[in-house]
Ligand binder design. Structure first.
Ligand SMILES: [Zn+2]
Ligand SMILES: [Zn+2]
Length: 410
């Protein structure tokens, strides 16, 4: 079976997260985004673990509420500020892992994403002992990512490198970016939302589709390891330009710079503050290949813009967090079941019957690749613009259903 999984989120027990990040809210919101399995995030935190334990037990590593499956995961920050993602097979594996890091972490019980005064090598070897999967989170971002502090996977994980089976691409990168780096060719690429809120513009803005036998931890583990016929079959995510660290830009006034300009200015903006190296430029510097070389196992990557962002633009709203955007989003999800269906698969004539012409036109522009993206950088998300020459009136006959690839194909 094919399942959609978002394997990196944070609970309300992590810093700067929404109070609405409860297991109950997530279990209801996930299917509306077309998601079958969520990783819990923050599973080293006792309060969050208590909440996870209210779900029905499918097996040692798989839990369920409202038809949404959960697997056990966390993110930790190591001694050199690198973020690692971990996936655990059971509650007992979590307890053993916690016992091994407890003396090295001051905020193990107070922050959902603890800081651990250990190296990547040490963390990976404890992970291996408890049979947990480990890999770098948002590997290319400028603050807390593997490539910000290490020139290579090997440099970060040392002799444990062969145990690392995946990297998370992060919002500002995609498969074309990452497959210019030779050492990443053997790894599975995960696309996850890393969301701090269950709002539909955040939850599952990136996800991975897997071929598995069942919706369980062990089957997903096999898919990440690409064994027994299990595998990732599709990565879905934002266009990398929408990420907040896509281009090199000032962290204060958000002026963008080319790599050459930033180097010439010694990474100092004209306003005096720091220019942060964007993911695009970081990858250009460490790339082995000029053009992406996709290994045979690499699945396709489909770029999706969150539907509520498209609706907000169509309605002329400044943010997707308004009531009128939510109302229009709800109408479409109620009619078509999930966001992915509305964005890619629903017949536009049907969409036009449910919503206002401006929104139908905006969805059509997205499918036709006509949405303009103004790149993000310096910590500010990219933004979208709709084409101005579009006629918002939808003709009765629309021709072919989709010009964008349908996700049903994968
Ligand atoms: Zn992180
Ligand atoms: Zn500046």
């Amino acid at each position: 079976m094919r399942i959609n999984a978002d394997l990196h989120i944070h609970s309300r027990f992590s810093g700067a997260t929404s109070d609405r990040m409860t297991i109950a809210a997530l279990s209801v919101e996930a299917p509306r985004k077309g998601i079958d399995v969520l990783a819990t995030g923050d599973c080293l935190n006792s309060n969050w673990l208590k909440e996870i334990k209210t779900c029905a037990v499918i097996d040692e590593g798989t839990f369920e509420l409202n038809n949404t499956r959960f697997i056990l995961s966390t993110e930790v920050e190591d001694a050199s500020r690198v973020h690692h993602l971990l996936y655990f097979p059971s509650f007992s594996a979590i307890e053993t892992f916690k016992a091994a890091i407890r003396s090295k972490s001051k905020n193990l019980e107070t922050d959902g994403r603890p800081n651990v005064a250990m190296t990547g090598v040490e963390l990976a070897s404890i992970a291996k002992e408890v049979d947990a999967l480990i890999g770098p989170a948002h590997a290319f971002t400028p603050w807390t990512a593997m490539y910000a502090y290490h020139p290579s996977v090997e440099h970060c994980y040392g002799e444990m490198s062969p145990y690392v089976s995946f990297i998370e691409l992060g919002l500002s990168a995609d498969t074309d970016y990452a497959d210019t780096i030779q050492e990443l060719q053997r790894l599975t690429f995960l696309t996850n939302s890393d969301c701090h809120s269950p709002h539909p513009v955040r939850l599952a803005r990136e996800f991975t589709r897997f071929e598995v036998g069942e919706k369980t931890f062990s089957e997903i583990k096999k898919a990440i390891l690409r064994t027994g016929g299990n595998k990732p079959v599709l990565n879905v995510g934002l266009p990398p330009q929408e990420g907040k660290y896509n281009e090199s830009a000032c962290i204060s006034c958000f002026t963008h710079y080319t790599l050459e300009e930033a180097i010439r200015r010694r990474w100092k903006c004209s306003c005096g503050k720091r220019i942060k190296k964007g993911v695009r430029d970081r990858i250009r510097e460490i790339a082995t290949f000029r053009e992406p070389q996709h290994p045979a196992h690499r699945p396709p990557y489909v770029h999706l813009i969150p539907l509520s962002e498209i609706i907000a633009k169509a309605l002329g709203q400044h943010t997707p967090f308004t009531q009128s955007v939510t109302k229009r989003w709800d109408e479409l999800i109620t009619a078509f079941g999930s966001e992915v269906t509305v964005l890619l698969d629903a017949d536009l004539a049907e969409v036009a019957r449910v919503t206002v012409p401006a929104i139908t036109a905006a969805i059509r522009a997205f499918r036709d690749h006509k949405v303009i993206i103004i790149p993000g950088g310096g910590g500010k998300y990219g933004t979208i613009e709709l084409p101005t020459d579009e006629d918002p009136v939808i003709p009765a006959s629309l021709g072919p259903k989709n010009s964008q690839t349908s996700l049903l194909d994968y």
